[in-house]
Design a protein around this ligand. Sequence first.
Ligand code: SF4
Length: 213
Amino acid sequence: MLSEQKLRITEIFYSIQGESSWAGQPCVFIRLTGCNLRCVYCDTEYSFYGGKDMSIHEIFKDIQSFNCKLVEITGGEPLLQEAVYPLVDKLVDNAYQVLIETSGSRPLGRLNPKAIKIVDFKTPSSHMMHHNHWPNLNELTPVDEVKFVVSDDADYEWSKQVLRQYDLTRRCKQVLFSPAHGKLSPGTLGKWICRDGLPVKLQIQLHKYLDMP
Ligand code: SF4
């Protein structure tokens, strides 16, 4: 049965969304276990291993216990697990607004079109740039968002070039430039964005400044 399909889950928690244009809103997070990448600046290495198996039915019951209709499915890399697709369908069918935070290394075409994709294409300093699955650009819709984590000048110049080459602002709702925590100051990145007049949003990871899980 569909609802008996299982996913490996690191954690489910309720907090304030810290990223994307949804930042600041209450949100339930489902963090799936496992990642096919090893970004240098990764801050969720604890999601690579461990976790517990939960059926879609059990996850859905957990989600219902929170008074919140905004749900983010993240990881790790959430699109590694086959049962993520029926989980998204179940949430969407029950009037949840679903955000999928993905590295963009896995094809996006199978996701329920009502789910909003937040695609974190990998910049050079991550050392994982070769995993970017560029055909995913064709799967972006006007509600989706694209994020670049910028560690230094080289990352910034690369992201700027991708932004222009693929006309990203036309393909999605929002392009986000986020400074890698502890590697580049938000002010420096903000100055570069202003200097070049880029049509992007500077993203600060709000959750790093909140005394919340
Ligand atoms: S894709 Fe995300 S979870 Fe995976 S290694 Fe990179 S930053 Fe960490």
